[in-house]
Design a protein around this ligand. Structure first.
Ligand SMILES: Nc1ncnc2c1ncn2[C@@H]1O[C@H](COP(=O)(O)OP(=O)(O)OP(=O)(O)O)[C@@H](O)[C@H]1O
Length: 252
């Protein structure tokens, strides 16, 4: 079953075509890598899929519903969440508060209940706290729950971003270079965790990553873009030996 699809999406910035008629079909529970050299258009594709940019042309469907012109917030509510290449946490909130903000989008009480601190409010608050702590525990971050985001080590901040993206209960999770700046051990551990959460939450994961080896290790399918176009698509083995991919990465 297709959960997210893009048809001929194109993004032009003035005279520059950053993404040119890109197509995508993500099935339920797939773990797919989106790779390509610097400036290939990967982040622009993510920005279109998540409502940050409205494509110049093309259609995007999330669970059979068009999400063209929907806001990023609406798209999160419809089931697709993401992380950013540059960490975007609320630096002066604690780890668990960061996760709770995303979780609260889905919480079942209204403003009046919140203002007057009704019993339902407290019941839901307790549940929110427990669910958010469970998410932190998945990333081995329980001990950092009350640490301000800005005081977390860098690798933990990256993990917290993913935990926060999961708190909105997505069907599709898009990760923009989740291991950027991590050391090899942290990276290996994160890749295992991404595999684990895909299975545990039964979600589809689309992952941008620079490190080819790393993507090859966990993705079942890889899409390679260069100059805004798909130049190859296939299993890690197919991609590894594709002459167009080798040329794009190594140059002529
Ligand atoms: N807001 C923008 N305005 C103008 N040009 C842009 C904008 N965003 C991206 N571009 C250009 O679009 C092209 C694709 O950029 P994009 O950031 O999507 O590539 P990328 O594959 O994510 O690169 P990297 O791996 O370096 O992050 C680049 O030429 C970039 O300079």
């Amino acid at each position: 079953m297709t959960v997210l699809s893009a048809k001929n999406i194109t993004m032009q910035f003035g005279g520059l075509t950053a993404v040119d008629q890109f197509n995508l079909e993500l099935s339920a529970n797939e773990l797919v890598g989106l790779i390509g050299p610097n400036g290939a258009g990967k982040t622009t594709i993510f920005n279109m899929l998540t409502g940050v940019y409205v494509p110049t042309m093309g259609e995007i469907m999330l669970n059979d519903q068009s999400i063209i012109k929907k806001t990023p917030h609406e798209i999160v509510k419809l089931g697709a969440s993401r992380t950013f290449q540059n960490i975007r946490l609320f630096k002066d909130l604690t780890a668990v508060e960061n996760v709770k903000i995303a979780y609260h989008n889905f919480i079942d009480y209204n403003m009046v209940q919140g203002m007057f601190r009704t019993k339902k409010f407290w019941t839901e608050e307790k549940k929110a706290h427990e669910e958010c702590m469970k998410l932190l525990d998945i990333f081995d971050m329980g001990e950092y729950a009350d640490t301000l985001a800005k005081n977390l080590p860098y690798g933990q901040q990256r993990k917290l971003e993913i935990a926060r993206a999961l708190a909105s209960d997505p069907k599709v999770l898009m990760l923009d270079e989740p291991a950027a700046g991590m050391n090899p051990n942290e990276t290996a551990e994160l890749m295992e965790t991404i595999h684990f959460i895909r299975n545990k939450f039964d979600i589809t994961v689309l992952l941008i990553e620079h490190d080819m080896k790393l993507v090859m290790g966990i993705c079942e399918r890889i899409i390679v873009v260069d100059y805004g176009k798909t130049i190859a698509e296939g299993t890690p083995d197919e991609i590894k030996n594709n002459p167009d991919v080798i040329r794009a990465y190594l140059g002529d």
